[in-house]
Design a binder for this molecule. Structure first.
Ligand code: AMP
Ligand code: GLY
Length: 427
C-alpha cells in the first residue's frame, strides 16, 4: 500500500522512515519532504501542496492513508477536504485543530470541561490588558491567540516585559492577526512534559512520554525556539502521573470534543506543567505530533506505525497496542546560523553518519543539490540515538552530532540534562 506524509520537517522524516519499514507499505510519498526523505529507502518526495492538489495526488497514486505532520494544513482544513472526498487521512478537522490554532478557544474549552490549566483572561483592547497586568503583577504570561510559529508566547518575569509584549501584539500588530487577541495567564512553575496520544474520535492510544528543550541556549536560557532537542521517556511522568494525565486531561478532552459534536481524531499533544506540589496543568494543546519529540519517540516505537494509524482512521484504537524499546532515546537538534530570528541558508553539510540500529539522523531544514546536502531552514538536523540510560543515549547522540559540520551550526550541549545527573557534554 502507498501512504502520503504531509510536511517536510524532522517529525515528517521520522514518520516517513518508520512507515517505510512497515511490511505492509510499498511507497511512502512525502510532500514536500527534505534531503533526508529524498534518500530514505522507500520514500519519495513530491512537490505538491494545497488541499485540492494533495487530494488529486492521493487519488492518482491510490494512496491508502495520509498522515499530516504540521499544524498549518490541519487548521487549513486538509482533513475536511480528504474526508469529504472519501480519502483516508489521520488528523483533526479544522474545527478540532482550533485546540491549537486559537489559545482562547483552547482555554475556554478547558474551562468548560474542567481540564486543569492556568487561570487566564483574554483581551483585544491594549489598555484593558495593561490594567489587568498591573492588577496581577509579574511574573505573568502573554500569549497571542493565533498561530505564531513559536513566537507568540512571552513569559514575562517583569511588568515591563509584559507591557512590551502587549504593545508589540495589540498596539503595533507585530504578529498580525495572530496577535490581535491575547490570552494573559498565570505563571506556572514546574517541570514540563509532552504527552502525546492517538485519538480515533472515542478511543485513545498513548505514545511514550517525552520532554523537549524549547530554549536556544544551554541551561534552558535564551529565546524560545521550536525545540532544540528532546528525549523519551520523560522521567518526570511517573506511572501515577501518566494515569492522571489520561484521566484528568486526555479523557475529558476527547469526551468533551465528542459531546460538542466534533469528535477529535488524530494526534493530540498535551504540553503539561508538573508543579512542585504535584499538581498537573495543561500549558497548551497541539493538534499534531511534537517536533522534535517525534524523533526520539518513533526511534523507540517497536510496533508497526502503519497499523496503528489504520486503527486510528478505522476507529479501532481500543484494539491497538504500542510496544516500546526499553532504552532511552535522545535527539539533539542542529540549527542554522541565525536561528531562530533569521536563519542563514545555503551552508554545505558534511559528515552525516550512516544510520545504525541505535542511531538515526533525521533531517529538517535540508535540501539536496547534486551530491551536496545544504542548509535550507532553521532547524537543520535532529541527531537521535538510543542508549540503555539517558546518559548513554546522550553520549551516543553527541558523538554522532560532533562529526557533522556546517558553517554557523548551533546546538546545545546539555540536551537531556534533567534526565541525567551530568549537566554538560563538552563540545
Ligand atoms: P505554549 O506554546 O503555550 O506551550 O508556550 C510555550 C512555552 O512557554 C511553554 O513550553 C512554557 O515553557 C512556557 N509557558 C507557557 N505558558 C506558561 C505558563 N502559564 N507559565 C509558565 N510558563 C509558560
Ligand atoms: N516541540 C514542541 C512542539 O512541537 O510544539
Amino acid at each position: 500500500m502507498n501512504v502520503l506524509v504531509v510536511g517536510g520537517g524532522g517529525r515528517e522524516h521520522a514518520l516517513a522512515w518508520r512507515l517505510a519499514q512497515s511490511q505492509r507499505v510499498a511507497r511512502v510519498y512525502v510532500a514536500p519532504g527534505n534531503a533526508g526523505t529524498a534518500t530514505e529507502e522507500g520514500c519519495y518526495n513530491v512537490d505538491v501542496s494545497g488541499n485540492e492538489a494533495l487530494l488529486d495526488f492521493a487519488r492518482r497514486e491510490a494512496i491508502s492513508l495520509t498522515v499530516v505532520g504540521p499544524e498549518a494544513p490541519l487548521s487549513g482544513g486538509l482533513v475536511d477536504t480528504f474526508r469529504a472526498a472519501g480519502q483516508r487521512i489521520f488528523g483533526p478537522t479544522r474545527h478540532c485543530a482550533r485546540l491549537e490554532s486559537s489559545k482562547e478557544y483552547a482555554k475556554d474549552f478547558m474551562l468548560r470541561h474542567a481540564i486543569p490549566t492556568a487561570h487566564h483572561r483574554s483581551f483585544s483592547d491594549a489598555d484593558q490588558a495593561d490594567a489587568y497586568l498591573r492588577e496581577r503583577g509579574a511574573p505573568i504570561v502573554i500569549k497571542a491567540d493565533g498561530l505564531a510559529a513559536g513566537k507568540g508566547v512571552v513569559v514575562a518575569m517583569t511588568l515591563d516585559e509584559a507591557h512590551d509584549a502587549v504593545d508589540r501584539m495589540l498596539r503595533q500588530g507585530g504578529l498580525g492577526t495572530a496577535g490581535a487577541r491575547v490570552v494573559i495567564e498565570e505563571f506556572l512553575e514546574g517541570e514540563e512534559a509532552s504527552f502525546i496520544v492517538l485519538v480515533d474520535g472515542r478511543n485513545v492510544l498513548a505514545l511514550a512520554s517525552s520532554q523537549d528543550h524549547k530554549r536556544l541556549l544551554d541551561g534552558d536560557r535564551g529565546p524560545n525556539t521550536g525545540g532544540m532537542g528532546a528525549y523519551s521517556p520523560a522521567p518526570v511522568l511517573t506511572p501515577a502521573l501518566h494515569a492522571r494525565a489520561m484521566r484528568e486531561v486526555i479523557a475529558p478532552a476527547v469526551a468533551g470534543m465528542a459531546a460538542e459534536g466534533e469528535p477529535y481524531t488524530g494526534f493530540l499533544y498535551a504540553g503539561l506543567m508538573i508543579q512542585p506540589d504535584g499538581q498537573m496543568k495543561v500549558l497548551e494543546f497541539n493538534c499534531r505530533l511534537g517536533d522534535p519529540e517525534t524523533q526520539p519517540i518513533l526511534l523507540r516505537l517497536k510496533s508497526d506505525l502503519f497499523t496503528l494509524l489504520q486503527h486510528g482512521v478505522a476507529g479501532t484504537l481500543d484494539r491497538a497496542e504500542a510496544l516500546w524499546d526499553r532504552r532511552v532515546a535522545l535527539g539533539v537538534v542542529m540549527a542554522a546560523e541565525g536561528y531562530p530570528d533569521s536563519p542563514v541558508r545555503g551552508a554545505r553539510i558534511h559528515g552525516i553518519p550512516v544510520p545504525a540500529e541505535d542511531l538515526h539522523v533525521f533531517h529538517a531544514g535540508t535540501v539536496q543539490e547534486g551530491d551536496a546536502v545544504l542548509v535550507q531552514g532553521g532547524r537543520v538536523l535532529c541527531v537521535t540515538a538510543l542508549g540503555d540510560t539517558a546518559r548513554l543515549a546522550q553520549r551516543r547522540a553527541y558523538a554522532a552530532a560532533q562529526q557533522i559540520e556546517f558553517a554557523g551550526r548551533q546546538m546545545r550541549s546539555d540536551i537531556g540534562h534533567r534526565a541525567v545527573s551530568a549537566r554538560r557534554i563538552p563540545l
